[in-house]
Design a protein around this ligand. Structure first.
Ligand code: UD1
Length: 429
């Protein structure tokens, strides 16, 4: 009998036959980056919470495993709904394998300190898109009365008495804003977070914490004021939809010169992406508050992009736009200001015939008339999405390896693209 193959021996890739314009309607799912902090925030109460519209993604499974590793009971009550029962929370030390797998696991730290008065969390370490420190999270905690020390790769945080305070971030970190908001949500004084991240996912978390009983003002601006409550309630909540998934489908329409209606996303959240699509020559029609239609009548024109914290152009859309600009009629410059090294897709796009030169934090993209299908490998989530988009536009067959990175953040990507007329299949060998 044949030995069962280990995960690493199974070859899995997307096989894409390119140059087919995408046409049709697609609906986006729940937001990964809103779901992860909200799942962590359920720990703040000892009552159960019921969370809907949770995307079916590897990163969500990892967060669920983190919760379970802490003694919490999690029941999946549908493909996209989870009942979290945190009364049995007992552990304050999430395991290294899970934190290493997904940096966002660190979001349980604020809730653990709040519920148990302590947390021992492994340092998340580096990742494919730069070193990504957690100093801002820790500084924020210390302003609320938490003592922090570091020992053998672990953060030890404990607090005898938490108190409100003023926190100023040198950079509007999304995760640090969320972690401090969660900790502050159970402190009965006022906490002011200045230079807070303004991302819509921070606003979604604030809505959830408000339903649990905290008072939060200013979420979505650079100053968030939290007045917490000692005993937060469990609640029922529906996660917002995913603006990055929506943006990715908009670019898919443009890169294949297609005609796609993207449903289920508040179009105002896509402003920077829509502006850039228009600059490259796409026609973007807002059909309703949460429906947008993208058509692309011509070869893309070049443009320049600089990633910024929200409402600037999202770093999570940088790679996908690079694929589009590879086919532009002229030279574009993409500058990555949020992460220190987020150009892993460049080498792979070059294998498909793209002409890109990276100089420090900028990539100069000289548009070519066509890309050629070949074998490429995704090394991170958005790089993977960019390679799929490039494959959809390329001549011939593209095989995208590293599919597990794509599965971290896109639910049924190939199924949704096929429904728009793409030739893409998941091959497992
Ligand atoms: C979140 C998103 C991620 C997105 C990013 C920026 C989730 C689960 N992930 O990640 O998809 O790309 O926002 O929009 O929501 N930094 C520090 N010290 C810190 C924290 C961050 O120097 O303590 C730096 C990071 O290294 C990075 C920058 O700040 O250069 C932005 O990071 P941050 O906003 O914290 O991103 P994440 O919350 O990790």
């Amino acid at each position: 009998m044949e030995e069962p193959k280990s995960q690493s021996e199974v070859k899995e890739y997307f096989r894409i036959v390119g140059m087919r314009p995408l046409v049709g309607n697609v609906t986006v799912g729940g937001s990964k980056n809103a779901a992860l902090p909200i799942l962590a925030a359920t720990l703040l109460s000892d009552e159960p919470s019921l969370i809907h519209n949770v995307p079916d993604l590897l990163d969500v499974q990892t967060m669920v495993m983190v919760l379970e590793s802490l003694g919490v009971q999690v029941e999946r009550v549908g493909r996209h709904s989870y009942r979290i029962m945190p009364a049995t929370l007992s552990g304050s030390e999430p395991p290294y394998e899970l934190i290493r797998k997904m940096r966002a696991s660190f979001l349980v730290t604020g809730p653990l300190i709040s519920r148990l008065g302590r947390a021992q969390v492994p340092l998340p370490g580096g990742c494919a898109i730069g070193s990504r420190p957690i100093d801002l999270h820790l500084k924020g905690f210390t302003h609320l009365g938490v003592r922090v020390s570091m020992r053998s790769g672990y953060i030890e945080a404990w607090a005898e008495r938490l108190q409100g305070g003023e926190v100023y971030f040198d950079f509007p970190s999304v995760g640090a804003t969320e972690n401090v908001m969660m900790l502050a949500a159970t402190i009965e004084d006022e906490t002011i977070i200045a230079n807070a991240a303004r991302e819509p996912e921070v606003v979604d978390l604030a809505r959830f914490l408000t339903l649990m009983g905290a008072s939060i003002e200013g979420a979505g601006t650079d100053t968030v004021v939290v007045r917490g409550r000692k005993n937060l309630k469990g609640c029922e909540y529906t996660i917002m939809n995913d603006r990055i998934e929506a943006g990715t489908f908009c670019v898919a329409a443009a890169i294949t010169r297609g005609d796609v209606v993207v449903q289920g996303i508040e179009v105002s959240l896509l402003r920077s992406v829509v502006t850039k699509l228009e600059e490259v020559g796409a026609k973007v029609e807002r059909m309703a508050e949460d429906v947008v239609r993208v058509t692309m009548p011509c070869r893309p024109k070049p443009t320049n992009i600089k990633t910024m914290p929200y409402p600037g152009f999202p770093t999570d859309m940088q790679a996908q736009f690079m694929s589009l600009l590879c086919l532009a009629e002229g030279v574009s410059v993409i500058t990555e200001t949020v992460f220190e090294s987020r150009f892993a897709h460049v080498g792979e796009l070059e294998r498909m015939g793209a002409k890109i030169q990276v100089e420090g934090r900028s990539a100069v993209v000289v548009g070519v008339e066509k890309l050629n299908g070949t074998q490429v490998t995704a090394t991170d989530l958005r790089a993977g999405a960019a390679l799929v988009l490039a494959g959809l536009a390329a001549e011939g067959v593209t095989e995208v390896y590293g599919v597990r990175h794509i599965d971290r953040g896109y639910e049924d990507l190939e199924v949704k693209l096929r429904s728009l007329g793409a030739s893409i299949e998941r091959v497992r060998e």
